[in-house]
Design a protein around this ligand. Structure first.
Ligand SMILES: [Zn+2]
Length: 402
């Protein structure tokens, strides 16, 4: 009983912690903006940002409360164990059904929230381009892909733990890292399920980007335009791949940003490539996997944890649920380190672009991206430290000008 109470308390503290972060950010909204970003929003845009922020905040407060109430009810009434005990097939089939039921129900619960976020809030501020058809197809695709990946991962982990006892931890770590590499190698395959990629048409922009590739000796497979505008007005770009790179630009970027800004964004991306940032951040991701699997091993070694929630013995799926519930201080700590590393990499990529003479157009691009996405120009430093993978706009501008 005491274990159950401690786990419930940990969950409640996590939610309070998140609430405190929101309040900290609130306290910074009233402060004057840093000098170098004062011109990003005019008065109308600034008011729009304030309203957008308030609407999003109210929405996420409701969402958090509903999800907390459901989670607490599931834990208090031992719902996981009750559902699991309904199945009387062999062990693997029972697990598959348990995962299926909980993933399906959580997807169902998330639909009204996702609908409201897209078709009410994002719509109101002009971000939404999604049609009901795309919206429904996305939910189905995400569910099927998520389910397949989760079952492969989960049943694999369970098999290794069952077969090799505590040695299973080591094999599981190797298997999950391999799985992680597999998913990142085929990231384009997954992206293509959701988006269309067409090669960037011949012309000035393509020539400039190719020139940039030659100049910095970056070998590319193809430069694509992604149809992001079928969902949103926001813009993004990425450069992926370990050897030969695949470059992708959102159509929103191609259609609404000047060529010199887009080229500057890619000078930044090539900065990442030059410093081998993708490879370097993978090491930290592996460390994270190792820590979490060892923690899972610890939970599995104490059957009393699962038993205090109504299970007769250890349950792998539930152990994993508990892990994600109680490991939040550890996850926050790991985020703190990984975000710090990521922000350092962003500064390095910006510095690369600035040294190559793309500083001012890069600043122009970053400002326009901020305007278009209505980003927070003055977040609280604690929130930045914990949650920001990129430095704030003001910090980046300062660093680029230096
Ligand atoms: Zn970057």
């Amino acid at each position: 009983m005491i274990i159950k109470i401690l786990i419930l308390i940990s969950y409640v503290i996590e939610n309070i912690f998140d609430f405190v972060l929101v309040k900290l950010n609130d306290s910074y909204v009233k402060k004057p903006l840093p000098e170098n970003v004062k011109d990003v929003y005019d008065e109308a845009k600034y008011n729009k940002w304030i309203n957008y922020r308030n609407d999003s905040k109210k929405f996420s407060a409701v969402q958090t409360l509903v999800s907390a109430a459901i989670t607490l009810a599931l834990f208090i009434f031992n719902v996981h164990a009750r559902v699991f005990n309904l199945f009387t097939f062999n062990k693997f089939v029972n697990y598959i059904l348990l995962i299926l039921v909980f993933t399906f129900v959580s997807t169902l619960i998330s639909i009204p929230f996702s609908y409201y976020s897209n078709f009410v809030i994002e719509e109101k501020y002009g971000f939404n381009k999604t049609t009901i058809k795309t919206f429904i197809l996305d939910i189905i695709k995400e569910f099927v892909i998520g389910m397949v990946l989760m079952l492969i991962l989960f049943l694999g982990v369970m098999f290794l733990f069952e077969k090799f006892g505590n040695w299973g931890i080591l094999f599981t770590i190797i298997a999950v890292i391999a799985f992680n590499i597999f998913v990142s190698l085929f990231s384009m395959v997954f992206l293509r399920i959701f988006n269309k990629f067409t090669p960037l048409e011949e012309g000035e922009l393509r020539d400039s980007l190719k020139e940039l590739c030659t100049k910095y000796n970056v070998k590319i497979k193809e430069i694509y335009v992604m149809d992001a505008s079928k969902r949103t007005t926001r813009a993004n770009a990425f450069c992926t791949g370990f050897g030969k790179k695949t470059i992708s630009l959102d159509d929103n970027l191609v259609n609404h940003y000047s060529n010199d800004k887009i080229v500057a964004v890619f000078a930044h991306e090539f900065g990442h490539a030059k410093h081998k940032h993708i490879l370097k951040s993978m090491w930290f991701a592996f460390l994270r996997i190792i820590i979490l699997i060892v923690a899972l091993g610890v939970i599995l070694n104490f059957p009393v944890i699962c038993q205090s929630f109504g299970f007769e013995d250890v349950n792998y799926f539930f152990a994993f649920t508990i892990l994600t519930t109680i490991s939040w201080p550890l996850s926050r700590l790991l985020d703190l380190v990984s975000n710090k590393i990521s922000r350092t990499f962003e500064y390095q990529a910006d510095a690369f672009a600035a040294n190559e003479g793309y500083g001012e157009p890069l600043i122009g691009a970053l400002k326009q991206l901020s305007q278009d996405a209505l980003t927070n120009l003055n977040p609280h430093p604690a929130v930045v430290a914990l949650e920001y993978s990129h430095p704030t706009l003001s910090q980046r501008i300062d660093a680029i000008r230096k």
